[in-house]
Design a binder for this molecule. Sequence first.
Ligand code: A2H
Length: 253
Amino acid sequence: EGAGPQEYTVVKMEVLDPFPEVLKPFKSKKVFLVAATLRPETMYGQTNCWVHPDLKYIAFETVKDGVFVCTKRAARNMSYQGFTKKDGEFTVLAEINGQQLMGTALKSPFTSYPKIYVLPMLTIKEDKGTGVVTSVPSDAPDDYAALVDLQKKPAFREKYGIEDHMVLPFKPVPILEIPEFGNLSAVHLYDLLKIQSQNDKDKLAQAKEMVYLKGFYDGVLLVGIYKGKKIQDVKKLLQTKLVEEKSAVIYYE
Ligand code: A2H
């Protein structure tokens, strides 16, 4: 990675009833799983949220945005970016294992699905972003591969306590058109490169590279208030809209 800090858009995915056991004590507050993304313009295509079942997360209180659930590492970074009362300090409200969040229902901004669910992704890294990832299988090859893994393997769903209705109805949504790749770029590249699973590291890295560059320069939005506009012209505008609506915050690391 280059020099200097990476800026992320952190999307606030609101926990809905029924709250998972570990978050029940905070039911009277707004509680969010917070997902770090580089692609705010793709939030129209969210189908689920990814959490690593074996990672540790925490819940902590922010000054203006409610309770956040993310890795302790991200909470510490946020505490130096004005998210908590005292610079560099945060109070751990709960320690959470990723597994305890599986199947939690969420409401997330811009997506056409009124309710989406927390599902397991085994390639999430502890030391990047918030450890929570929002899933856009139309345009992120990693997301599409992980969703297909769950959709075609009942034993995989069962292992993590995921019910069929949390996975099977969710299809990638066409939200942006990239010349040559069509309107479901991640699906196109998954098929083209014959990707087998979320662990197909090299091919997924190749797919990501192809979709990212082409998408940024030649991609056109198919939905929302900037329908018909080029990605490079609306990326910042959609980030700002999310932040103004209080559906996202900016975070650096
Ligand atoms: B992106 P970079 Cl549509 N572990 O968001 C693994 N992956 C993580 C992560 C973690 N701890 N934290 C964030 N990410 C993902 C959208 C998206 C993303 C699209 C297309 C490509 C894409 C929807 N998922 O990323 O290493 C998040 O997924 C391609 C790399 O900082 C985040 O943006 O470059 C991106 O990786 C950040 O990765």
